[in-house]
Design a protein around this ligand. Sequence first.
Ligand code: SF4
Length: 460
Amino acid sequence: MKYHIWTAGCQMNVADSQRVGSELEKLGYRSTSNYRNADVIVLNTCVVRQSAEDKATGFLWSLKPIKEAKPDKVLALMGCMVGVRGGGKLAKAFPHVDVFMPPSEPAPLVDFLLARESEQQQLEQRHKLQDEEFLLRLPLHEKNNLITAHVPVIYGCNHVCTFCIIPSRRGQERSRPIGEIAAEVRSLVDQGVREVTLLGQIVDRYGFDVPDGPRLPDLLRVLNNLDGLERIRFLTSHPNYMSDELLDTVASLPKVCEHIEVPNQAGDDDILRQMKREYTMAEYEALIGRIRARMPEACIATDIIVGFPGETESQFQATLDWLERLKLDVCHVAMYSPRPGTVSAKLLPDDVPPEEKKRRLDAVNQVQEKIVAEINSRYLDRTVEILVEDKQGGRWEGRWKGRTRTNKLVFFADDSDTNWQGQRVNVQITWTGPWSMRGLLPGQPKVVSENGQVLLPLKA
Ligand code: SF4
């Protein structure tokens, strides 16, 4: 029996799909990359922007004739399109869908599949699932081939940013027990994973919903002691919960990378107020100062929304000036998209024209590309440690890729038989660009092209 999971959206959705896959693997299903060959098809959806929702709806309708031709195939819809309240209206809109699963909830599909089996088989399967409750089973093609994995630690969000649809789709925040997380990470390490990224809409609120419960620094300390785990990252943080204790913990624990993802969303206090972000520019900049005081070279990533209702040219210019002033490593930028049920969609007119939103998006990307090129150029000739994730194929045969602790993508070449996957390797940087770098292993000769570029020692 085969399954195929189509995943759209954020890392949380990627992690949720992995959990559905794990339950199906435990039931004896095997993954297939071609949905036409699958007995179970799962669509894990995103609705953070209208375009994402349209893509899921389009794919869902394209599956109708396949389902009609083979009614035994199981079609499941999951994620933010379903939301915490479940199928409801969707069941009427999409009668060819068998199962509707809220975000992060594989159980409805497991129950549906088990209900098709004999009572005896159901009993055996349920015992098996119970025994492996905290085991995250990777599909065969990922076992000992997946070096990095995402692990949700807190679901949902209690904030109400006026543009954001997530709280209404993923519900209130719910932290996972620390023991459950540690067991899951243990099972991933046993299957070859060397780096985990802890996930939450506001990951630095981990444990806030559990009276006297452990908080993120506690969780980081527990995972830092886990043998075989090499690196730990976490995202996405909110400026208001980045405590000194958390920053000190990141700076002091050897396995926790100097990498902070903390969205700002706009460079103007009035816009931040209308977004209900609950901090000011001055407070955000003070946070960047606190991070850099402890980790001068930390990778800091932010998010920006351009074209929020009422955003004037001068308010937008303030965002560009702010980016140029702080020089952050990454800026994920998106055009404002009014989402159904959000405060901004209800109360604020979407008055920035689409072409102007696009102009602002391009302007942020241009500014950011220059900033990143400059930051990355500081790595030239330095030796950095990377965790090797994968070997490239095709025209890049023999080239390996990995990341620094500061999340910089680095390529090196080696056509010996050494399997570098999952290893931490020191690489001397010989070339830098805005989106990646290249380097040499210790002892590799420097080959310089006619135009002075250092080439990777790849066989021609
Ligand atoms: S913090 Fe704001 S933007 Fe982030 S998930 Fe919560 S409501 Fe959405």
